[in-house]
Design a protein around this ligand. Structure first.
Ligand SMILES: Cc1cc2nc3c(=O)[nH]c(=O)nc-3n(C[C@H](O)[C@H](O)[C@H](O)COP(=O)(O)OP(=O)(O)OC[C@H]3O[C@@H](n4cnc5c(N)ncnc54)[C@H](O)[C@@H]3O)c2cc1C
Length: 600
């Protein structure tokens, strides 16, 4: 069958219109060894001598040098597409969030050849849209003790190995007048049971630490919560993975999995920036695609029903608190306020949705967040809200009732070995969990990879710090200012809100090799302060243009794209000072710069 199809296709292709490489790609993907030789000989009879010799030579080279089994793509719908590029690896990781980069790093550190593919920028999925809390486990001690137990050691490990991404804010659980006072004792019992370190402190002490807190709180408990910068964590993992030999391919989307004899043997991937398509052959494929894991598993015919749980968060323009504040009650909506970098973030909701790519905040949810914020910090509603966004939890529970609420799904992780579960070898899915437990998730996944490849190699990620965390010093809010203070006049500032100098911006552009304003936003927090890009983004665009990374038409389009994307998160929460700011930004961009009609 494969042979017949190969011959028919071969002769249907108009020679001369399609390059030789296409013909050979078809041969490679459909033919068997014998077919290749036979076709090469038939072709040599039809063509003049020079071309025939060339064809014979290329067929010979392909026959001798090919490394993957000819049936690599037999079962794939992408068999006859133009996969010009080829890569071979031991472990292919799909998904560039905390889980995927953690797996790639762990695999590379254990000496495996590893390739990671991410359809967008790294941490552009849920990891880059989360709440920013390094959990002590306290949130889960009553409702989900296994999840709490996972957080306890991982919190301590990440404080060590990802110190530079973590601000040691500490955390408080407080009983407000709106909370069931009996829960506090259950909470303490749960902490003792699961090992979450907890200490009750006097209300007066809690209010001294956090003067904006609701003065009517009745109890307060200190726990080792902290805030964690997920973008920094992910890039550090990716950097470390690369230092150990992994290849990290951002903007590479998996279009299909490649199968052979019922086993997954790699993936078909498209470079989203160049359009080039690539086949990656792997001994084991790890599906770490979060809320999209069901879509990837389906490419191998496996049913993994992820429940995408949407949560919204609102960034307030400064730090209303300096400690992570949790309401002392069963997890619910809008009950955590996290101080992260220059802002504080209230969240979150948990609503089951269909498509993880279609998560948007509704006005009702926004009002609810502001309402709940008011219960923690009186006056919250009048404070300046900067931006709202939504993320999608990759929730999974193998056995569950049909009408299960997403809040009732465990926050523990799940590793699915599709050989055992579905009879499809070569594919593992790692899902669920939290950013706080990503390292552990990576460890159990790479342990399973070792089993598959019949080898035993110890995990070292709990001991070896990530790049920039070697000295164990935690991030602190004054760091950027302290770096500038000794030389206050020496540098041009591009972004006043986040203290980003021109040198820092240019270094980031070079290091990440990017010309995307959005990539730079994630890297430096460019445009994420109170002006939401009003003053910095046209400067940054100008610098990219001056460096010849963007021609003027692309620069104009990039500026507009950025403004439009920011607008999506800003317009649902426009009131008070932020409305004034938006009006000012509008004058700058529409009035002074007339961005919609920049010269061609
Ligand atoms: C609202 C909210 C708040 C949260 N708050 C916290 C918190 O405070 N603390 C905490 O520890 N955890 C928190 N979590 C949980 C945590 O954010 C997630 O569990 C974690 O980020 C999941 O990481 P991941 O790498 O598995 O998924 P993701 O970060 O989503 O990564 C998966 C990646 O796969 C990519 N992908 C999808 N399809 C393809 C394809 N075809 N080809 C290539 N790539 C593909 C996606 O683009 C994505 O980047 C929160 C979650 C939500 C939703």
């Amino acid at each position: 069958m494969g042979t017949a199809l190969g011959v028919v296709l071969f002769f249907l292709l108009p020679l001369g219109e399609r390059p030789l490489v296409d013909v050979l790609a078809v041969l490679l993907t459909l033919g068997e060894l014998a077919v290749r030789i036979r076709l090469g000989m038939m072709l040599s009879l039809l063509l003049p001598c020079g071309e025939a010799a060339l064809v014979l030579l290329v067929v010979f080279v392909l026959v001798v040098c090919h490394r993957c089994p000819p049936s690599f793509v037999d079962e794939s719908t992408h068999a006859i597409l133009r996969y010009v590029g080829r890569m071979d690896t031991e472990v292919l990781v799909i998904g560039g969030g905390s889980t995927g980069t953690g797996v790639a790093r762990d695999a590379a550190m254990r000496g495996f050849e590893a390739v990671l593919v991410e359809r967008r920028d790294l941490a552009d999925g849920t990891t880059g849209r989360f709440h920013g809390l390094l959990h002590s486990g306290g949130r889960y001690v009553v409702k989900d003790p296994p999840a709490a137990r996972e957080c306890v050691p991982e919190n301590a490990i990440l404080r060590r190995i990802a110190a530079d991404s973590i601000e040691d804010t500490g955390g408080l659980f407080v009983t407000t007048p709106y909370d069931d006072p009996d829960y506090a004792d259950l909470f303490v019992a749960g902490c003792l049971d699961t090992g979450v370190p907890v200490q009750e402190i006097a209300v007066s002490e809690a209010l001294r630490r956090e003067p904006r807190l609701n003065p009517r709180i009745s109890r307060a408990f200190a726990v080792p919560d902290a805030s964690i910068d997920a973008w920094k964590t992910v890039w550090s993992c990716a950097r470390s993975a690369e230092e150990h030999g992994a290849r990290v391919l951002a903007y590479h989307r998996v279009l299909d999995l490649a199968r052979s004899d019922g086993r997954v043997v790699g993936a078909f991937v498209r470079n989203e920036q160049t359009g080039e398509e690539l086949q990656i052959h792997a001994d084991v494929v790890v599906n770490a695609s979060g809320a999209w894991a069901g879509q990837i598993a389906a490419m191998a015919g496996c049913k993994v029903e992820i429940l995408p749980g949407k949560g919204i968060m609102i960034a307030m323009n400064h730090r209303l608190v300096n400690t992570v504040i949790n309401r002392c009650k069963l997890p619910a909506d809008g009950d955590i306020l996290v101080p992260i970098r220059t802002v504080s973030v209230i969240g979150t909701t948990d609503v089951r949705i269909g498509d993880p790519d279609a998560a948007e905040a509704t006005q009702e949810e926004i009002d609810q967040m502001l309402e709940e914020g008011e219960k923690l910090v009186p006056g919250f509603r009048e404070a300046r809200a900067l931006r709202v966004w939504a993320g999608v939890r990759p929730l999974f529970q193998e056995t569950r009732a049909e009408d299960l609420d997403t809040r009732d799904v465990t926050r523990s992780h799940t590793l699915l070995d599709h050989e055992r579960r579905d009879g499809v070898a070569g594919l593992l899915t790692i899902t669920g969990g939290k950013t706080t437990t990503f390292r552990l998730m990576a460890e159990v996944t790479v342990d399973a990879v070792c089993d598959h490849l019949g080898t035993k190699r110890p995990c070292r990620t709990a001991d070896e710090p990530l790049p920039d965390s070697e000295d164990g010093g935690h991030y602190w809010l004054g760091a950027r200012l302290a770096a500038r203070e000794p030389v206050p006049e020496s540098e041009e500032i591009v972004c006043e809100c986040e203290l980003i100098t021109r040198t820092r911006l240019e270094e980031a552009i070079a290091r990440r090799g990017t010309s995307s304003l959005d990539d730079l936003r994630r890297t430096l927090r460019l445009g994420m302060g109170p002006c939401q890009g009003g003053f910095c983004i046209y400067r940054a665009t100008g610098i990219l243009h001056a460096q010849r990374r963007l021609d003027h038409a692309t620069a104009n389009a990039a500026l507009l794209d950025f403004l439009q994307e920011r607008w999506k998160g800003v317009h649902p929460i426009l009131y008070g000072d932020q409305l004034r700011q938006a009006r000012l930004d509008d004058w700058i961009f529409q009035g002074i710069l007339d961005v919609a009609h920049l010269p061609e």
